[in-house]
Design a protein around this ligand. Sequence first.
Ligand code: GLN
Length: 214
Amino acid sequence: PPLVGVLALQGDVREHLVALEAAGARAARVRRPSELEAVDGLVLPGGESTTMVRLLRTFDLLEPLRGRIRGGLPVLGTCAGMILLADRVLDGAPGQQTVGGLDVTVRRNAFGRQVDSFEGTVQVQGVEGPVPAVFIRAPWVEEAGSGVEVLARVEAADPPGDPGAGEAAGRIVAVRQGALLATSFHPEVGGDHRVHRLFVAMVTGRQAAPAAPA
Ligand code: GLN
């Protein structure tokens, strides 16, 4: 099985390790450049995006990670991880930097103006049936470039019972662009591992792909 890393500088690392193993991958924490070098795919977990970028720099991982993303490394970014993958951030900290690679504009803490956290379900392209979705001070995708596939949107009634739900309805909360997959919500929470399966299939598919002609 493929070796999938979870960036383990900050955030909810354990849950992703468990979900990846359940989805058929070998899972390992990534904290050093040599560990990043070794993985076939990588998860950027939820947590705090400004802290994570700072730690990526401190641990000399920011440029190596950008390099591997340019080289086609499959990456799943969830919540803060989605922010890290985004090329552009709204409502970020002053001068907030990202890793980048995903041609989207995300709005940070987008639902927070109405409600901090909520749980719902979303329909995700490539996954059959509703997927439980936990949103915790989550971003949404405000704009997606033409090369970005929209995989999920907020349903009309979310956040449940909130008068601000109208503003959230229809917002983009899962996207894919090539080897990059990102969700606003936390697919590692709640024991449904189908989003991780989708990601592990992306990693495996890439491994199985014939080498590009030189
Ligand atoms: N609000 C956090 C950030 O901006 C993300 C929250 C999360 O990952 N649950 O980084």
